[in-house]
Design a protein around this ligand. Structure first.
Ligand code: CP
Ligand code: NVA
Length: 301
């Protein structure tokens, strides 16, 4: 099995991953960091773009589960010199037990999966970031006790992180309102699929409308990796899509504020909000570790 899109997981599978992730978190807090479950197993991480959280959390996850991990830069592999994905994928099948890929194009990860016999995990593409969603759902569940009925408001770019979160909301029974400028809406097929699953998805240009009565406020950078050429145009388009104290006041009193990180302080989120007691972004980042451990146990055991 692969995790390339958040839709690769059923509601029951997500619930089990979150439950196991919670147990792993509790164990770790009690000082029990290592398990033997993945002894002898090797995970390869392939990065076509930079990463802090995804790389470190996957590396630590494998180390603490007694497995091995290889972090590989796309351009240092023959892939960077034009070796085809299909041959690379077949070669990886005979060396390692699973591969995580962070790629520019979603189709790159899908193509790798087509030609390999080992599980493939997306570590982000231009379309989705499913591992981020697992950590996001884990964080929301901890604060809101259950996911069903929770209202998420996404403020800003309808990007990869937003697309997977919409899918995560649809699978787990949450509602989501996305506020974004025209031309930066989330992927229409993902929105359509979520609505067909019965999810209450609203896409609006009005940040206050989206934030009204929200249980969760979330956002991401205005300029994602790969969008640098249009940075100025984007910064201009998104200037009214910031999570600041005024917007937080529109949401529920017990709203939590989330961001997958890295944060561009003063752009999509203000310093005051980042440092406020409503922000749970560091716990969200920590949960990448626990959620991915639970995912690896599912895929590699
Ligand atoms: N949130 C996230 O995926 O962070 P990195 O880009 O640092 O991996
Ligand atoms: N949307 C951002 C997420 C980074 C974790 C990007 O793709 O750069």
């Amino acid at each position: 099995m692969n995790l390339i899109s958040v839709f690769d997981l059923s509601r029951a599978e997500i619930e089990t991953i979150l439950e196991n992730a919670g147990e792993l978190r509790a164990e770790r807090k009690e000082g029990k960091r290592t398990r033997k479950d993945l002894e002898g197993k090797t995970l390869a991480l392939i990065f076509e773009k930079p990463s802090t959280r995804t790389r470190v959390s996957f590396e630590v996850a494998m180390l603490e589960l007694s497995g091995n991990v290889l972090s590989l830069n796309w351009n240092e592999l023959q892939l960077g010199r034009g070796e085809r994905i299909r041959e690379t994928a077949k070669v990886f099948s005979s060396y390692v037990d699973a591969v995580m890929i962070r790629a520019f194009r979603h189709s790159t990860i899908e193509e790798f999966a087509k030609y390999t016999s080992i599980p493939v995990i997306s570590g982000l593409s231009d379309l989705e970031h499913p591992c981020q969603t697992l950590a996001d759902l884990m964080t929301i569940k901890k604060y809101k006790k259950s996911l069903a009925g929770v209202k998420v408001a996404w403020i800003g770019d309808g990007n990869n992180v937003c697309n997977s979160l919409i899918g995560g909301c649809a699978i787990t029974g949450m509602k989501i309102s996305v506020a974004c400028p025209k031309g930066y809406e989330p992927n229409p097929e993902i929105v359509k699929r979520a609505i067909e699953m019965g999810c209450d998805v609203v896409v609006t240009e009005d940040a206050e409308e989206a934030a009204a009565d929200a249980d969760v406020l979330s956002t991401d950078v205005w300029v994602s990796m790969g969008d640098e050429d249009e940075a100025e145009r984007r910064k201009n388009a998104f200037k009214n899509y910031q999570i600041n104290e005024d917007l937080v006041r529109v949401a529920k009193d017990d709203v939590i504020v989330m961001h997958c990180m890295p944060v561009h302080v003063g752009e999509e989120m203000t310093e005051e909000v980042i440092n406020s007691d409503k922000a749970v972004i560091f716990e969200q980042a920590e949960n990448r570790l626990h959620a991915q451990k639970a995912l690896l146990l599912k895929l590699l055991n």
